[in-house]
Design a protein around this ligand. Sequence first.
Ligand SMILES: Nc1ncnc2c1ncn2[C@@H]1O[C@H](COP(=O)(O)OP(=O)(O)OP(=O)(O)O)[C@@H](O)[C@H]1O
Ligand SMILES: [Mg+2]
Length: 234
Amino acid sequence: MMLEVTDMHAYYGKSHILQGVNLNVQEGEIVALLGRNGVGRSTTCKAIMGEVEPKGSVKFQGQEIAGKKAFQIANMGIGYVPENRDIFPGLTTRQNLTLGLKPGQKDGAGRWSMQSMFDMFENLDRRADVEASVLSGGEQQMLTMCRTLMGDPDLVMIDEPTEGLSPQMVQKVAEVLKAIAEKGISTLLVEQKLSIAMDIADRVYVMGHGQVVFEGTPAELKARDDVRKEWLEV
Ligand SMILES: Nc1ncnc2c1ncn2[C@@H]1O[C@H](COP(=O)(O)OP(=O)(O)OP(=O)(O)O)[C@@H](O)[C@H]1O
Ligand SMILES: [Mg+2]
């Protein structure tokens, strides 16, 4: 098992946000985590990543990681693309990508290389030596994803990568997610709406109020009008 989250709780001050989250991701799987605004999807990622303190168990490749620091968890092989596209605006595209390498890691030593990013995204290739601040929102999203991949993670958690993107850019994101899965890398994809998740995910979790309220395949979720009405549609 790549990731196994058992009875995970998390708090902001006294607010009990995550109330016993259970989920898992297997090797090479794309798993979507869906839910309305504010139900705790991002907090789930942050708690797995150690950016918010988790209570309960978080196992990555069989090893307990709850209690470890975010940088340790990243070095163990979890890549995290947060919902705010946090590029380094004053640095070039190429420099941003280089910053995704782990300490001591050489470009091309892992499953990805900078060239493979440029091959996937000609927009990034064209803007390789331009300051990242001038990239479009979609290009910045691509850059953030690619920078995370440069660190050669075994599992990537991607928080709402398609938000605010054009349909064409959404397709691009879907292609990258498939390319990631083809390399045997696992993905936990956070989305709000059904969107691309239903097309590309192997399994889907729906969150409501700090807990998982549905688990199944995209086809099973499609058949559950009640779940979609209660927990997803606005
Ligand atoms: N730093 C914080 N301090 C206090 N409360 C927070 C903090 N971050 C999030 N929350 C609260 O925790 C709850 C879950 O937030 P979270 O960001 O996980 O939601 P989400 O499912 O990712 O939704 P969205 O991305 O649409 O906001 C929300 O009620 C939110 O207001
Ligand atoms: Mg969020």
